[in-house]
Ligand binder design. Structure first.
Ligand SMILES: [Zn+2]
Length: 330
């Protein structure tokens, strides 16, 4: 115990000298909260929060419930780091269950739906910088496209297979299915909402349509970037008993929805709930709500700083201090 105290004092001193005292103290305070949170979380390790992002844009007029600014994304990743979350892939949970591999303290999963170029442009550099993982669910036909299937109508640009491969090879990004071509609103001819069944089709026809679509995206991913498809994010969050049983039979281990909440993977890894991270809610509130949903200590650094740019600067400085602090400790 005495040794621990001495080491702690030494760490604080080193950090305080290298940087400055307020950051050293902040880091010490956070580490205490993080350790307490990890302790609380260990009893609930299978209840893993899954965050949901879509698009990132610098254009203010686009910010809404699924599109946020690059700064907001950076701030949220910095906050996750500060309060001690460790990002994992869905696969890491399987390895934990089946191979007994350990999960990090306070695990969390960051997801993106649709495969927009903005994920590659804005999110990937941030994730690389802070050494964080994320899972991106791509729509097969739309990879690399900025025009709709008619080759005329503009759509939000999607990253290419080359960019997908680069991200996947970093080991930080895993790419999974958001269907090949079932990401359509119900008013489009011959499509139901997402994977929904059409009124005019028989169950057999419907099942075969789902199978064919799954096969296509699985093949595309395997041919273009390699790797097994074992998780799907349901377009529009819509699913049913048929889609669940077909995907399970095909070997899918996770099906992910847009339903709000935190799922207990220990009970099931299907129809997983997520937490949306919209533009309308301040990053601080989102992270606080997340901590409270897990019954954790909700201490947040720099929450009184109202200028988000200053807040990000401070969080970046704190991140550097925490990196040293955490590397000395372990
Ligand atoms: Zn989508």
């Amino acid at each position: 115990m005495k040794k621990l105290l001495l080491i702690s004092i030494l760490i604080i001193l080193v950090v305080a000298i290298v940087f400055n005292i307020p950051y050293g103290i902040e880091a010490y305070r956070l580490e205490k909260a993080v350790a307490a949170n990890a302790q609380l979380n260990r009893k609930n390790i299978d209840r893993i929060p899954v965050l949901m992002y879509h698009h990132i844009s610098e254009d203010k007029t686009k910010w809404d419930s699924v599109t946020i600014s690059p700064e907001k994304f950076r701030e949220e990743m910095l906050y996750l780091k500060a309060v001690g979350y460790n990002t994992i892939h869905f696969k890491d949970y399987i390895d934990y269950v089946e191979q007994g591999k350990s999960l990090p303290d306070n695990p969390i999963i960051v997801t993106f739906d649709d495969g927009y170029l903005s994920n590659y442009q804005y999110a990937y550099p941030v994730l690389k910088q802070y050494d964080m993982k994320a899972s991106i669910f791509i729509i097969g036909w739309s990879v690399g496209r900025k025009l709709h299937k008619d080759s005329v109508t503009p759509i939000t640009e999607h990253f290419t297979w080359e960019q997908a491969k680069e991200m996947q090879q970093s080991g930080l990004i895993e790419l999974q299915s958001h269907t090949y071509d079932l990401h359509n609103p119900s008013d489009e001819v011959n499509y139901g909402l997402g994977v929904s069944k059409l009124e005019k089709e028989s169950v057999e026809q419907y099942k075969s349509r789902l199978e064919t679509d799954a096969e296509k995206i699985e093949q595309l991913i395997s041919q273009n970037i390699g790797g097994e498809v074992y998780a799907i994010s349901y377009p529009y969050g819509s699913y049913n008993e048929y889609s669940e049983s077909i995907l399970k039979e095909r070997g899918y281990r996770f099906t992910v929805t847009t339903q709000d909440g935190i799922s207990d993977f220990g009970s099931s890894t299907y129809t997983v709930k997520r937490i949306n991270m919209p533009s309308e809610i301040d990053s601080r509130s989102l992270i606080r709500q997340l901590l409270l949903k897990q019954q954790k200590n909700d201490y947040l650094p720099f929450e009184d700083e109202e200028d988000y740019q200053k807040r990000i600067k401070k969080l970046e400085k704190l991140y550097e201090v925490l990196k040293i602090y955490r590397s000395l400790k372990y």
